[in-house]
Write a protein that binds this ligand. Structure first.
Ligand code: PLP
Length: 436
Protein backbone atom coordinates (compact mmCIF):
# COMPACT_ATOMS: atom_id res chain seq x y z
CA UNK A 1 0.00 0.00 0.00
CA UNK A 2 1.11 3.54 -0.78
CA UNK A 3 2.29 4.86 2.62
CA UNK A 4 0.54 8.23 2.29
CA UNK A 5 -2.82 6.50 1.88
CA UNK A 6 -2.05 4.31 4.93
CA UNK A 7 -2.94 7.22 7.24
CA UNK A 8 -6.30 7.54 5.47
CA UNK A 9 -7.02 3.81 5.60
CA UNK A 10 -6.25 3.70 9.33
CA UNK A 11 -8.36 6.81 9.92
CA UNK A 12 -11.26 5.07 8.19
CA UNK A 13 -10.84 1.96 10.37
CA UNK A 14 -10.68 4.20 13.43
CA UNK A 15 -13.91 5.96 12.47
CA UNK A 16 -15.60 2.62 11.96
CA UNK A 17 -14.43 0.69 15.02
CA UNK A 18 -13.07 2.98 17.74
CA UNK A 19 -15.54 4.74 20.04
CA UNK A 20 -15.63 8.38 19.03
CA UNK A 21 -15.38 9.51 22.67
CA UNK A 22 -11.76 8.29 22.54
CA UNK A 23 -10.94 11.12 20.19
CA UNK A 24 -7.59 11.55 18.39
CA UNK A 25 -6.47 15.15 17.97
CA UNK A 26 -4.79 14.25 14.66
CA UNK A 27 -5.52 11.51 12.15
CA UNK A 28 -1.86 10.77 11.49
CA UNK A 29 -0.67 7.33 12.56
CA UNK A 30 2.66 6.79 14.27
CA UNK A 31 5.24 4.39 12.86
CA UNK A 32 8.16 5.14 15.19
CA UNK A 33 9.49 7.76 17.59
CA UNK A 34 12.91 8.70 18.87
CA UNK A 35 13.99 11.38 21.33
CA UNK A 36 11.78 14.38 20.52
CA UNK A 37 10.87 13.28 16.99
CA UNK A 38 7.89 11.20 15.86
CA UNK A 39 7.55 9.60 12.41
CA UNK A 40 4.19 8.71 10.86
CA UNK A 41 3.33 5.75 8.64
CA UNK A 42 3.87 7.96 5.59
CA UNK A 43 7.44 8.70 6.71
CA UNK A 44 6.75 12.31 7.72
CA UNK A 45 8.60 13.65 10.76
CA UNK A 46 7.17 15.79 13.55
CA UNK A 47 8.91 17.59 16.38
CA UNK A 48 7.11 16.57 19.51
CA UNK A 49 6.27 19.36 21.97
CA UNK A 50 3.63 17.12 23.59
CA UNK A 51 5.58 14.03 24.74
CA UNK A 52 2.36 12.00 24.65
CA UNK A 53 0.98 14.46 27.26
CA UNK A 54 4.08 14.75 29.38
CA UNK A 55 5.00 11.07 29.46
CA UNK A 56 8.23 11.07 27.49
CA UNK A 57 10.50 13.30 29.60
CA UNK A 58 13.50 11.07 28.81
CA UNK A 59 12.58 10.95 25.12
CA UNK A 60 10.91 8.35 22.93
CA UNK A 61 12.46 4.89 22.61
CA UNK A 62 15.34 5.47 25.02
CA UNK A 63 17.60 2.42 24.46
CA UNK A 64 17.91 1.72 28.21
CA UNK A 65 14.15 1.58 28.63
CA UNK A 66 13.66 -0.58 25.54
CA UNK A 67 16.32 -2.98 26.90
CA UNK A 68 14.74 -3.05 30.38
CA UNK A 69 11.32 -3.83 28.92
CA UNK A 70 12.72 -6.54 26.64
CA UNK A 71 14.78 -8.06 29.42
CA UNK A 72 11.90 -8.25 31.88
CA UNK A 73 9.42 -9.48 29.23
CA UNK A 74 11.78 -12.37 28.45
CA UNK A 75 11.84 -13.37 32.14
CA UNK A 76 8.12 -13.04 32.98
CA UNK A 77 5.41 -10.47 32.30
CA UNK A 78 2.94 -11.08 35.12
CA UNK A 79 2.37 -13.00 38.30
CA UNK A 80 0.21 -10.44 40.16
CA UNK A 81 2.16 -8.89 43.02
CA UNK A 82 -0.59 -9.95 45.43
CA UNK A 83 0.01 -13.62 44.51
CA UNK A 84 3.77 -13.74 43.89
CA UNK A 85 5.86 -10.62 44.46
CA UNK A 86 8.98 -9.63 42.47
CA UNK A 87 12.11 -7.54 42.79
CA UNK A 88 11.46 -4.64 40.34
CA UNK A 89 8.45 -3.41 42.35
CA UNK A 90 10.16 -3.34 45.75
CA UNK A 91 13.32 -1.79 44.30
CA UNK A 92 11.24 0.89 42.59
CA UNK A 93 9.36 1.60 45.83
CA UNK A 94 12.71 2.18 47.55
CA UNK A 95 13.90 4.56 44.79
CA UNK A 96 10.70 6.54 44.62
CA UNK A 97 10.48 6.91 48.41
CA UNK A 98 14.01 8.35 48.34
CA UNK A 99 13.00 11.24 46.07
CA UNK A 100 9.34 11.95 46.93
CA UNK A 101 8.63 15.34 48.49
CA UNK A 102 7.15 13.85 51.67
CA UNK A 103 8.62 14.22 55.16
CA UNK A 104 9.85 11.27 57.25
CA UNK A 105 9.53 7.54 56.55
CA UNK A 106 7.60 6.85 53.33
CA UNK A 107 5.90 3.97 51.58
CA UNK A 108 4.64 3.49 48.03
CA UNK A 109 1.75 1.80 46.26
CA UNK A 110 1.79 1.08 42.52
CA UNK A 111 -1.23 1.06 40.26
CA UNK A 112 -1.84 1.52 36.53
CA UNK A 113 -2.91 5.03 35.61
CA UNK A 114 -2.86 8.56 36.96
CA UNK A 115 -6.57 8.40 37.74
CA UNK A 116 -6.10 5.15 39.65
CA UNK A 117 -3.31 6.73 41.70
CA UNK A 118 -5.59 9.66 42.61
CA UNK A 119 -8.42 7.23 43.48
CA UNK A 120 -6.10 5.40 45.83
CA UNK A 121 -4.72 8.58 47.38
CA UNK A 122 -8.32 9.52 48.26
CA UNK A 123 -9.10 6.03 49.57
CA UNK A 124 -6.03 6.11 51.82
CA UNK A 125 -6.65 9.67 53.04
CA UNK A 126 -10.24 8.80 53.94
CA UNK A 127 -9.22 5.61 55.69
CA UNK A 128 -6.49 7.31 57.71
CA UNK A 129 -8.52 10.33 58.79
CA UNK A 130 -11.87 8.53 59.07
CA UNK A 131 -13.40 11.55 57.32
CA UNK A 132 -15.17 11.61 53.90
CA UNK A 133 -14.72 15.15 52.49
CA UNK A 134 -12.20 16.02 49.79
CA UNK A 135 -11.44 19.55 48.60
CA UNK A 136 -10.31 19.98 44.99
CA UNK A 137 -9.95 23.15 42.93
CA UNK A 138 -11.53 25.00 40.07
CA UNK A 139 -9.59 24.28 36.82
CA UNK A 140 -8.33 21.01 38.31
CA UNK A 141 -7.86 17.84 36.30
CA UNK A 142 -7.43 14.51 38.06
CA UNK A 143 -8.70 11.93 35.56
CA UNK A 144 -11.69 10.32 33.92
CA UNK A 145 -12.90 7.66 36.39
CA UNK A 146 -16.00 8.45 38.44
CA UNK A 147 -14.12 9.73 41.49
CA UNK A 148 -11.43 11.61 39.57
CA UNK A 149 -13.97 13.06 37.14
CA UNK A 150 -15.83 14.29 40.22
CA UNK A 151 -12.61 15.95 41.43
CA UNK A 152 -12.00 17.43 37.99
CA UNK A 153 -13.40 20.87 37.38
CA UNK A 154 -13.83 21.44 33.64
CA UNK A 155 -17.36 20.41 32.70
CA UNK A 156 -17.04 19.93 28.93
CA UNK A 157 -15.74 17.54 27.76
CA UNK A 158 -14.82 15.75 30.99
CA UNK A 159 -18.01 15.71 33.04
CA UNK A 160 -20.90 16.70 30.82
CA UNK A 161 -23.52 13.94 30.68
CA UNK A 162 -21.51 11.54 32.86
CA UNK A 163 -23.07 12.30 36.26
CA UNK A 164 -24.18 11.78 38.95
CA UNK A 165 -20.80 12.38 40.51
CA UNK A 166 -19.17 10.99 43.65
CA UNK A 167 -20.40 12.64 46.86
CA UNK A 168 -18.39 14.64 49.41
CA UNK A 169 -16.24 16.38 46.81
CA UNK A 170 -15.95 20.16 47.11
CA UNK A 171 -14.33 22.72 44.85
CA UNK A 172 -12.61 25.95 45.72
CA UNK A 173 -11.11 28.69 43.51
CA UNK A 174 -7.41 28.26 42.75
CA UNK A 175 -4.63 30.86 42.67
CA UNK A 176 -5.25 31.81 39.04
CA UNK A 177 -3.73 35.28 39.34
CA UNK A 178 -4.19 36.13 35.65
CA UNK A 179 -7.95 35.66 36.09
CA UNK A 180 -8.47 36.01 39.84
CA UNK A 181 -11.82 34.54 40.93
CA UNK A 182 -12.04 37.23 43.61
CA UNK A 183 -11.19 40.12 41.27
CA UNK A 184 -8.03 40.87 43.27
CA UNK A 185 -4.46 41.61 42.18
CA UNK A 186 -1.29 39.93 43.39
CA UNK A 187 0.56 40.86 45.63
CA UNK A 188 -1.84 43.37 47.16
CA UNK A 189 -4.39 40.53 47.53
CA UNK A 190 -2.14 39.00 50.20
CA UNK A 191 -3.05 35.60 48.65
CA UNK A 192 -6.64 35.87 49.82
CA UNK A 193 -7.42 32.74 47.74
CA UNK A 194 -5.50 30.66 50.32
CA UNK A 195 -7.22 32.37 53.27
CA UNK A 196 -10.53 31.67 51.54
CA UNK A 197 -10.22 28.11 52.87
CA UNK A 198 -11.31 29.48 56.26
CA UNK A 199 -14.50 30.84 54.64
CA UNK A 200 -14.96 27.48 52.96
CA UNK A 201 -15.16 25.80 56.38
CA UNK A 202 -18.02 28.14 57.28
CA UNK A 203 -19.95 28.08 54.00
CA UNK A 204 -19.27 24.71 52.38
CA UNK A 205 -18.16 22.00 54.78
CA UNK A 206 -16.72 21.93 58.29
CA UNK A 207 -13.01 21.20 58.59
CA UNK A 208 -13.94 18.20 60.79
CA UNK A 209 -15.55 16.65 57.70
CA UNK A 210 -12.56 17.06 55.38
CA UNK A 211 -10.02 14.25 54.93
CA UNK A 212 -7.76 15.90 52.38
CA UNK A 213 -7.18 18.75 50.04
CA UNK A 214 -5.86 17.70 46.64
CA UNK A 215 -4.01 20.08 44.35
CA UNK A 216 -1.84 19.99 41.29
CA UNK A 217 1.12 22.24 42.24
CA UNK A 218 0.87 23.61 38.70
CA UNK A 219 -2.51 22.87 37.19
CA UNK A 220 -1.84 20.95 33.98
CA UNK A 221 -4.98 20.60 31.91
CA UNK A 222 -6.32 23.75 33.60
CA UNK A 223 -3.70 25.86 31.82
CA UNK A 224 -0.39 25.53 33.70
CA UNK A 225 -1.77 27.77 36.41
CA UNK A 226 1.07 28.51 38.80
CA UNK A 227 0.37 29.84 42.30
CA UNK A 228 2.59 32.53 43.85
CA UNK A 229 5.29 31.71 46.40
CA UNK A 230 3.15 32.26 49.51
CA UNK A 231 0.17 30.19 48.37
CA UNK A 232 1.04 26.62 49.33
CA UNK A 233 2.81 27.41 52.61
CA UNK A 234 -0.28 29.38 53.71
CA UNK A 235 -2.78 26.80 52.49
CA UNK A 236 -0.93 23.91 54.08
CA UNK A 237 -0.64 25.76 57.37
CA UNK A 238 -4.42 26.02 57.52
CA UNK A 239 -4.80 22.33 56.58
CA UNK A 240 -2.29 21.11 59.18
CA UNK A 241 -3.99 23.11 61.92
CA UNK A 242 -7.27 21.40 61.04
CA UNK A 243 -5.97 17.82 60.66
CA UNK A 244 -6.51 17.84 56.89
CA UNK A 245 -4.06 15.91 54.70
CA UNK A 246 -2.46 17.48 51.68
CA UNK A 247 -2.35 15.36 48.51
CA UNK A 248 -0.05 16.77 45.82
CA UNK A 249 -1.11 15.48 42.40
CA UNK A 250 2.27 15.57 40.66
CA UNK A 251 1.14 13.38 37.78
CA UNK A 252 1.84 16.08 35.21
CA UNK A 253 4.20 18.37 37.14
CA UNK A 254 6.45 15.65 38.61
CA UNK A 255 9.43 13.68 37.28
CA UNK A 256 11.51 16.75 36.45
CA UNK A 257 8.87 18.53 34.38
CA UNK A 258 9.37 21.84 36.21
CA UNK A 259 13.17 21.69 36.44
CA UNK A 260 12.93 20.00 39.86
CA UNK A 261 12.13 16.35 40.48
CA UNK A 262 8.77 17.37 41.97
CA UNK A 263 7.10 20.75 41.52
CA UNK A 264 6.31 21.09 45.24
CA UNK A 265 10.04 21.67 45.76
CA UNK A 266 9.55 25.15 44.26
CA UNK A 267 7.29 26.06 47.20
CA UNK A 268 9.50 24.30 49.69
CA UNK A 269 6.58 22.42 51.23
CA UNK A 270 5.97 18.73 51.66
CA UNK A 271 2.83 16.77 51.00
CA UNK A 272 1.37 13.94 53.07
CA UNK A 273 0.67 11.96 49.91
CA UNK A 274 2.01 12.44 46.36
CA UNK A 275 0.65 10.89 43.17
CA UNK A 276 3.09 10.15 40.35
CA UNK A 277 2.52 8.78 36.84
CA UNK A 278 3.19 9.89 33.24
CA UNK A 279 7.01 10.09 32.82
CA UNK A 280 7.54 7.61 35.67
CA UNK A 281 7.73 4.62 33.31
CA UNK A 282 8.31 6.32 29.92
CA UNK A 283 5.01 5.17 28.47
CA UNK A 284 4.46 1.88 30.27
CA UNK A 285 1.19 2.08 32.20
CA UNK A 286 2.32 2.67 35.77
CA UNK A 287 1.47 5.12 38.52
CA UNK A 288 2.37 5.49 42.15
CA UNK A 289 1.04 6.82 45.40
CA UNK A 290 3.82 7.74 47.81
CA UNK A 291 3.04 8.99 51.28
CA UNK A 292 3.99 9.05 54.93
CA UNK A 293 4.44 5.44 56.04
CA UNK A 294 1.92 5.81 58.84
CA UNK A 295 -0.75 7.05 56.42
CA UNK A 296 0.07 4.54 53.66
CA UNK A 297 -0.01 1.66 56.14
CA UNK A 298 -3.39 2.59 57.61
CA UNK A 299 -5.67 0.60 55.25
CA UNK A 300 -6.09 -3.06 56.25
CA UNK A 301 -4.44 -5.95 54.36
CA UNK A 302 -5.82 -6.42 50.82
CA UNK A 303 -7.65 -3.09 50.96
CA UNK A 304 -5.44 -1.79 48.14
CA UNK A 305 -4.02 -3.21 44.90
CA UNK A 306 -5.38 -4.89 41.78
CA UNK A 307 -4.59 -7.62 39.26
CA UNK A 308 -2.14 -5.58 37.21
CA UNK A 309 -1.00 -3.15 39.92
CA UNK A 310 2.75 -2.59 39.66
CA UNK A 311 3.23 -4.82 36.62
CA UNK A 312 6.82 -6.17 36.53
CA UNK A 313 7.56 -4.93 32.98
CA UNK A 314 6.30 -1.44 33.86
CA UNK A 315 8.27 -1.43 37.15
CA UNK A 316 11.45 -2.52 35.33
CA UNK A 317 10.94 0.29 32.83
CA UNK A 318 10.50 2.76 35.71
CA UNK A 319 13.64 1.52 37.44
CA UNK A 320 15.54 2.11 34.20
CA UNK A 321 13.93 5.57 34.00
CA UNK A 322 15.25 6.39 37.47
CA UNK A 323 18.73 5.29 36.40
CA UNK A 324 18.59 7.44 33.27
CA UNK A 325 17.49 10.42 35.40
CA UNK A 326 20.66 10.01 37.46
CA UNK A 327 23.10 9.15 34.66
CA UNK A 328 21.91 11.85 32.26
CA UNK A 329 20.92 14.48 34.84
CA UNK A 330 17.45 14.72 33.32
CA UNK A 331 16.24 17.16 35.99
CA UNK A 332 19.23 19.47 35.35
CA UNK A 333 18.60 19.21 31.60
CA UNK A 334 14.99 20.19 32.26
CA UNK A 335 16.04 23.25 34.26
CA UNK A 336 18.32 24.36 31.41
CA UNK A 337 15.58 23.75 28.84
CA UNK A 338 13.28 25.87 31.00
CA UNK A 339 15.64 28.84 30.74
CA UNK A 340 15.87 28.52 26.95
CA UNK A 341 12.11 28.14 26.57
CA UNK A 342 11.41 31.15 28.82
CA UNK A 343 13.65 33.31 26.61
CA UNK A 344 11.96 32.07 23.42
CA UNK A 345 8.48 32.62 24.85
CA UNK A 346 9.27 36.06 26.27
CA UNK A 347 10.51 37.02 22.80
CA UNK A 348 7.34 35.66 21.20
CA UNK A 349 5.23 37.58 23.72
CA UNK A 350 7.02 40.82 22.81
CA UNK A 351 6.29 40.15 19.14
CA UNK A 352 2.70 38.87 19.33
CA UNK A 353 -0.06 40.78 21.16
CA UNK A 354 -2.14 37.62 21.30
CA UNK A 355 0.14 36.15 23.99
CA UNK A 356 -1.40 37.50 27.18
CA UNK A 357 0.76 35.63 29.65
CA UNK A 358 3.75 33.29 29.73
CA UNK A 359 3.67 31.24 32.92
CA UNK A 360 4.93 28.13 34.62
CA UNK A 361 8.12 26.86 36.16
CA UNK A 362 11.18 25.41 34.44
CA UNK A 363 10.15 23.87 31.12
CA UNK A 364 6.54 23.45 32.29
CA UNK A 365 5.67 26.68 30.50
CA UNK A 366 2.50 27.80 28.79
CA UNK A 367 1.26 30.70 26.71
CA UNK A 368 -2.24 32.01 27.40
CA UNK A 369 -3.72 33.50 24.22
CA UNK A 370 -6.16 36.40 24.43
CA UNK A 371 -8.04 38.52 21.90
CA UNK A 372 -7.04 41.63 23.78
CA UNK A 373 -4.51 42.06 26.58
CA UNK A 374 -6.80 44.47 28.43
CA UNK A 375 -10.07 42.51 28.33
CA UNK A 376 -8.24 39.12 28.41
CA UNK A 377 -11.02 37.58 26.34
CA UNK A 378 -9.82 34.03 25.56
CA UNK A 379 -8.62 33.53 21.97
CA UNK A 380 -9.95 29.98 21.77
CA UNK A 381 -10.45 29.78 18.00
CA UNK A 382 -7.03 31.21 17.24
CA UNK A 383 -5.46 28.73 19.66
CA UNK A 384 -7.06 25.90 17.67
CA UNK A 385 -5.83 27.48 14.42
CA UNK A 386 -2.31 27.80 15.79
CA UNK A 387 -2.20 24.15 16.87
CA UNK A 388 -3.43 23.06 13.41
CA UNK A 389 -1.05 25.38 11.52
CA UNK A 390 1.91 24.07 13.54
CA UNK A 391 0.88 20.46 13.05
CA UNK A 392 0.67 20.98 9.29
CA UNK A 393 4.27 22.26 9.40
CA UNK A 394 5.50 19.32 11.47
CA UNK A 395 5.20 20.46 15.11
CA UNK A 396 2.99 18.67 17.62
CA UNK A 397 1.53 21.23 20.03
CA UNK A 398 -1.05 20.75 22.77
CA UNK A 399 -3.62 23.23 23.93
CA UNK A 400 -5.25 23.25 27.36
CA UNK A 401 -6.99 25.61 29.78
CA UNK A 402 -10.54 26.04 30.95
CA UNK A 403 -11.21 28.13 27.83
CA UNK A 404 -9.00 26.05 25.51
CA UNK A 405 -6.80 29.11 24.91
CA UNK A 406 -3.50 27.98 26.40
CA UNK A 407 -0.56 26.37 24.59
CA UNK A 408 1.30 24.03 26.94
CA UNK A 409 4.73 22.58 26.44
CA UNK A 410 5.45 19.03 27.46
CA UNK A 411 8.29 18.14 25.11
CA UNK A 412 10.90 15.55 26.05
CA UNK A 413 13.47 17.20 28.33
CA UNK A 414 16.19 15.74 26.11
CA UNK A 415 15.13 17.71 23.04
CA UNK A 416 18.19 18.95 21.12
CA UNK A 417 18.80 22.67 20.56
CA UNK A 418 18.34 22.15 16.84
CA UNK A 419 14.93 20.48 17.35
CA UNK A 420 13.89 23.10 19.88
CA UNK A 421 14.84 25.98 17.59
CA UNK A 422 13.09 24.35 14.64
CA UNK A 423 9.96 23.88 16.76
CA UNK A 424 10.01 27.47 18.00
CA UNK A 425 10.49 28.72 14.45
CA UNK A 426 7.41 26.74 13.32
CA UNK A 427 5.52 28.21 16.28
CA UNK A 428 6.57 31.73 15.28
CA UNK A 429 5.37 31.08 11.69
CA UNK A 430 2.12 29.83 13.19
CA UNK A 431 1.66 33.05 15.17
CA UNK A 432 2.50 35.07 12.04
CA UNK A 433 -0.16 33.15 10.10
CA UNK A 434 -2.76 34.23 12.71
CA UNK A 435 -2.04 37.88 12.01
CA UNK A 436 -2.57 37.54 8.23
C1 PLP B 1 -2.59 16.21 37.21
C2 PLP B 1 -3.18 14.95 36.61
N1 PLP B 1 -3.80 14.09 37.42
C3 PLP B 1 -4.34 12.96 36.94
C4 PLP B 1 -4.29 12.66 35.60
C5 PLP B 1 -4.91 11.40 35.08
O1 PLP B 1 -3.93 10.53 34.61
P1 PLP B 1 -4.31 9.33 33.63
O2 PLP B 1 -4.72 9.94 32.33
O3 PLP B 1 -3.06 8.52 33.53
O4 PLP B 1 -5.43 8.59 34.27
C6 PLP B 1 -3.66 13.55 34.72
C7 PLP B 1 -3.62 13.29 33.27
O5 PLP B 1 -3.38 14.12 32.45
C8 PLP B 1 -3.09 14.74 35.24
O6 PLP B 1 -2.50 15.63 34.45
Amino acid sequence: MDTSSKNQTLAELCRQYVAQGHTCANQVYVESANGAVVRDVAGREYIDFSGGIGVMNIGHSHPKIVAAIRNQAEKFTHTCFMVLPYEPLVKLAERLCAVAQVKGPKKALFVNSGAEAVENAVKIARYYTKKPGIIAFDNAYHGRTLLTMSLTSKVKPYKFGFGPFAPEIYHMPYAYCYRCSFGLKYPSCDTYCADHLKEFFINQSAAENIAALIAEPIQGEGGFITPPAEYFPKLLDICRNKGILFVADEIQSGMGRTGRMFAMEHWNVQADIVTVAKSLAAGMPLSAVVGKAEIMDSPHASGLGGTYSGNPVACSAALAVMEVYEEEDIVGKGALLGQKLRKHFDDLQKEFEIIGEVRGKGPMLALELVKDRESKEPATDKTKKLVKACFDKGLILLSCGTYGNVIRNLMPLVITDEQLNRGISIMRDGFLSLTR
